[in-house]
Design a protein around this ligand. Structure first.
Ligand SMILES: C[S@@+](CC[C@H](N)C(=O)[O-])C[C@H]1O[C@@H](n2cnc3c(N)ncnc32)[C@H](O)[C@@H]1O
Length: 307
């Protein structure tokens, strides 16, 4: 299946508009500051997908796990380090991503750029972890609603030097980046939204900066398996083998199946491999299926540097 760009745009405009409606009164009431957004984001990112709610409900019943007073499981089925585990439902992606980004920041780093930032939650988490570091943050996002939410939240702390920027992986334009500086680019579950990325997404990052590092937490671990890659790209999944089995040995197969159903990205690993082979980048970290609060869509952590 190929994801229709118009469907993706409409879906995320609606989603971030909903989020804006829920967060705007909280911001206006003054009841939240930039360092205390956890519960607001957690509420929004708890699985709305009824399929995942059912998976967690069944998992809780099968393992006889405790439930909170409202009947929700305290633990959900997740992926950690390539395995299915039951983990506290409040575990979030931001700290894992932030840790990977922070460890790439050096005294030379000037810019932090998130591509496909949505509500900006990862940037705010990073900023709170690094408040005194003089960095410029670029919040790049396809949707106007996502950019609006990011601006509303960033305004909670005028000391944060954060600008929003319209950005589309399908037509990447980096002219907003100050030339010849040192940047850390990062993405989290946004590359997934684009079925096939073009090489120019990376050429642009490499050309507009003096030095740069890329950090990705994207559900692409299954792309390392040539057979699965072929099945997804040719949309020829065998009939009768579509069930998602919660067995570690099936984890990457399930993840490939999820990518096929959702029209997710199929070529991030291939592009990074080409760039490394041609000597333009060096891959520092490749940690497959490191973390997923959605057990069928676990993120692989990738870090590369410009050579
Ligand atoms: C799953 S959300 C992730 C948002 C954010 N990175 C996070 O971790 O919270 C996917 C984001 O990718 C954005 N997106 C989808 N297609 C895009 C494209 N072609 N170019 C840039 N961003 C895109 C969506 O608007 C949405 O904000």
């Amino acid at each position: 299946m190929v994801n229709d760009p118009k469907f993706v745009l409409d879906h995320w405009e609606a989603s971030w508009t909903d989020f804006q409606r829920s967060i705007e009164p909280i911001i206006k009431s003054g009841a939240v500051d930039i360092a205390r957004l956890d519960d607001v984001f957690a509420q929004f990112s708890s699985p709305h997908d009824s399929f995942l709610n059912d998976v967690n409900d069944r998992n809780c019943a099968e393992r006889d796990l405790p439930r909170d007073p409202t009947g929700l499981p305290y633990q959900n089925l997740m992926v950690i380090d390539g395995r299915y585990v039951c983990a506290p439902r409040k575990l979030r992606t931001e700290p894992i991503l932030a840790d990977a980004v922070i460890t790439q920041i050096t005294d030379n780093t000037e810019l932090i750029v998130e591509l496909g930032c949505g509500s900006g939650r990862n940037l705010f988490y990073l900023y709170c972890a690094l408040p005194t570091w003089p960095l410029k943050y670029f919040a790049c996002e396809l949707t106007a609603a996502g950019r609006k939410v990011t601006e509303l939240i960033a305004a909670l702390d005028p000391k944060m030097d954060c600008v929003t920027q319209a950005f589309d992986y399908r037509d990447p334009d980096y002219s907003f980046i100050p030339r010849d500086q040192n940047a850390v680019f990062f993405t989290s579950h946004s590359v997934e939204q684009v079925n096939r990325l073009d090489r120019e997404v990376f050429d642009g990052m490499l050309e507009c900066t003096d030095g740069c590092v890329g950090v990705h937490l994207e559900p692409v671990g299954w792309q390392r398996d040539p057979e699965l890659k072929d099945l997804v790209e040719s949309n020829s999944w065998p009939d009768g083998q579509t069930a998602l089995e919660i067995v570690d040995g099936k984890l990457i197969r399930n993840s490939a199946r999820w990518a096929l159903d959702k029209g997710h990205n199929t070529n991030l690993l291939e592009i990074l491999d080409e760039l490394e082979t041609s000597g333009r980048i060096r891959i520092r970290t490749m940690a497959y299926d490191v973390f997923g609060t959605n057990p069928f869509n676990p993120g692989t952590l990738i870090v590369w540097e410009k050579v």
